[in-house]
Design a protein around this ligand. Structure first.
Ligand SMILES: O=C(O)CCC(=O)C(=O)O
Ligand SMILES: [Fe+2]
Length: 352
């Protein structure tokens, strides 16, 4: 069984700007480009393919008087939890999911008008981690960073405003929830409000944080064991807030438990620790490895909001006199580049 690092060595990044998502609706069978050899979906270096249906990730009520401790403990033990009573109105989430569905329902010719150009982050295309794998994922995505108006007007020349309005509102709600949770976690870590690391929190303006909204669509596949929705990866920033439609598919990897499905809970958002919180917490919080498997009968949609400090902010491990730092300080944008080039090896490159 090969390891992920061997996969990188054997399959150096391809230039994926020529490769576009499949028109899944028109397929009669699984093309070789998307047919994964058995158990290559897993990250063998991190635990094989055991799926643990008995374990479940913490479900936390934000109104619980102990929310800080519950969230902090979940970050330490799992690196992921589901959150209810988060005050993001269900109406906003449902409208955003509705617009996401409207987008992926468009004919391929129209979606391709917004195909991500080389070096661009926004628009329609394959998962960003595609170049690191020899097979393609059963997935189409649309990334929003900044205004979506230009792309939306190409998707819907005469009716793009509803999409833009909903996505803007959704991102505003996500940003304030991300700030609130980051603040709670800082309290848990005993980082005081005036500390330098908190400087950027609650700052107004577009440059105040790094954020992106990733809309994901996993078409149904009659033979899901042969395909991969999204290959195992960790998220780059501090926190990810994910809404998933009612179809199962997300799984997280936990040492000792194996792959644990994250069952959709009505009204709950999934929050997970990314690489930057792992670094900031000096390794105390695991940057949870996760993947998506495909459903045989139902298409799955998700919306992932990635949140971190502004690009020029330097993230360093917490200063705890009782333990030495495990990572060297890294500027957010430098880490993003390191990750884009090295994927799962990026962290080890800044390890002390
Ligand atoms: O679709 C999901 O549940 C997960 C998406 C994800 O991991 C990502 O976009 O980074
Ligand atoms: Fe992810």
């Amino acid at each position: 069984m090969s390891t992920l690092s061997e996969t990188y060595r054997d399959h150096p990044p391809i230039h994926h700007h020529h490769i576009v998502p499949l028109d899944f609706d028109s397929l009669g069978s699984i093309p070789d480009s998307h047919d994964w050899p058995p158990s290559s979906h897993d990250s063998p270096s991190r635990g094989g393919h055991h799926i643990n249906e008995n374990a479940s990730i913490p479900l936390i009520d934000l109104n619980d008087p102990n929310a800080i401790t519950l969230i902090g403990n979940a970050c330490e033990t799992w690196g992921v939890f589901q959150l209810i009573n988060h005050e993001v109105p269900m109406g906003v989430i449902e409208r955003a999911e509705g617009e996401t569905r409207r987008l992926f329902d468009l004919p391929m010719t129209r979606k391709l008008k917004t195909l991500r150009a080389p070096g661009e982050v926004s628009g329609y295309g394959l998962p960003r981690i595609t170049p690191f794998f020899s097979k393609h994922m059963w997935h189409e995505g649309f990334t929003i960073m900044g205004s979506s108006a230009h792309h939306a007007s190409q998707l819907w020349p005469s009716n793009h405003q509803p999409f833009c309005d909903v996505m803007e509102e959704y991102q505003r709600k996500m940003k304030s929830l991300a700030e609130q949770i980051t603040h709670l976690i800082f309290n848990f870590l005993k980082i005081s409000d005036g500390a330098e690391i908190t400087n950027w929190l609650h700052t107004a303006g577009a440059a105040a944080c790094s954020s992106a909204l990733q809309l994901n669509c996993y078409p149904r596949c009659p033979d899901p064991t042969r395909v991969t929705g999204l290959a195992p990866h960790t998220d780059t920033f501090l926190l990810t807030i994910l809404h998933q439609s009612r179809t199962c598919g997300l799984q997280i990897f936990r040492d000792g438990s194996g792959w644990v499905p994250v069952a959709p809970v009505a009204g709950a958002l999934v929050l997970n620790v990314g690489d930057l919180f792992h670094i900031l917490s000096n390794g105390r919080f695991p940057n949870v490895l996760h993947r998506v498997v495909v459903d045989p009968t139902r298409r799955r949609l998700s919306m992932a909001y990635f949140y971190g400090p502004p690009p020029d902010f330097c993230v360093s491990p917490l200063n705890d006199p009782s333990e030495s730092p495990r990572y060297r300080p890294v500027v957010v944008k430098d880490y993003v580049r390191l990750k884009a080039k090295n994927l799962e090896n990026a962290l080890s490159m800044i390890r002390l």
